[in-house]
Design a binder for this molecule. Structure first.
Ligand code: BDR
Ligand code: CA
Length: 315
């Protein structure tokens, strides 16, 4: 059985990735690392604990990840993130506070230990900035070969970014860290805006969650309706919101949801040229054996109903 680590900046679509992973019988979620991004790492950790409790999965441990990018010493949540995810990261919906607390071990130490313990069986799944994985690679470079598979939500190759014309939010938070990951992490799949913006969830879906009559169904519907409204109000999409983070989870388990290009990539972070946070082919390594895949097409007609079916079973 595959072991999975989620590295979330919890976050509405991160919350969906969490529920989707818990509901998947083919993977064992061995831990969640709480990152900064949509909100702070501390709020992300509390959101994760509360969501796990809501989903009846209190046994999954939560670890605190890095609280800011690898080149700064503090982090401020972007106003746009608060508009999309709410001030508390999960659509300003109040959840019952879980009794569980975060682990004493740091997220980075947990990741390094799990890489050695599970090796090929381990799926690393970052859906926020790549700071924790880059830190682990810096402390213990063997992690780059040990982890069986890394599938990340982030980047944009064939479509524009969502923070700048070139840069997607997770990469934009810490492009230096992302560059370390793209250069040194083997068996890497990038699930970026190229595909995630084509997988949309609507209020017709969340209405079905409400009809379940469960607390989890109602809370998740409230959280996601906030996100769908934000997509509408910000003019990103008329009536649907992107399943960014859960698509990455799905692809890590069933790669046939996407078509990917074998492509070694790097991340640029030159502020002068405006190339900050761009995911692009690494020309110096193009002839090397390919260690990365970039998702460019997705079978959304299959993924979205499959996602909904699994959510109805979990909620
Ligand atoms: C990514 O950025 C975050 O806001 C979302 O949770 C997702 O991981 C989309 O660009
Ligand atoms: Ca995220």
């Amino acid at each position: 059985e595959k072991k999975m680590i989620l590295d979330l900046d919890t976050g509405v679509d991160d919350a969906l990735a969490l529920a989707y992973a818990i509901g998947n019988p083919d993977v064992d979620l061995i831990g969640v690392i709480a990152s900064y991004g949509n909100t702070t790492n501390q709020i992300a950790a509390q959101n994760t604990l509360n969501l796990l409790h809501l989903l009846g999965a209190d046994d999954v441990p939560v670890f605190i990840g890095e609280g800011h990018s690898s080149t700064t010493d503090h982090f401020d949540v972007m106003p746009i993130s608060q508009q999309i995810h709410g001030k508390n990261g999960i659509g300003d919906v109040e959840l019952t506070t879980a009794k569980n607390q975060v682990s004493n071990q740091s997220g980075v130490d947990f990741l390094i230990e799990a890489a050695h313990q599970y090796q090929d069986k381990l799926i690393m799944l970052p859906t926020g900035p790549l700071t924790n994985l880059a830190k682990a690679l810096e402390i213990d470079p063997a992690v780059g070969q040990l982890i069986g598979q890394t599938t990340l939500m982030g980047g944009a190759l064939s479509v524009p970014g969502n923070v700048t014309p070139f840069s997607e939010a997770n990469i934009h938070q810490d492009p230096e860290a992302a560059d370390v990951v793209f250069r040194h992490q083997e068996n890497l799949t990038m699930v970026g805006l190229d595909v995630t913006l084509r997988t949309l969830l609507t209020k017709a879906h969340t209405a079905e969650w409400r009809e379940l009559g469960t607390v989890a169904g109602q809370k998740y519907a409230d959280i996601v309706d906030y996100y769908i409204d934000a997509y509408h109000d910000l003019g990103i999409n008329e009536n649907g919101a992107a399943l960014h983070d859960p698509l990455a989870v799905a692809v890590s388990i069933d790669p046939s949801y996407i078509t990917a290009l074998p492509l070694n990539m790097k991340v640029t972070y030159d502020n002068q040229t405006g190339d900050y946070g761009r995911t692009i082919g690494d020309t110096e390594r193009l002839l090397d054996s390919t260690t990365a895949q970039a998702a460019v097409l997705v079978d959304q007609k299959r993924f979205v109903p499959d996602f909904q079916e699994q959510m109805l079973a979990v909620l």
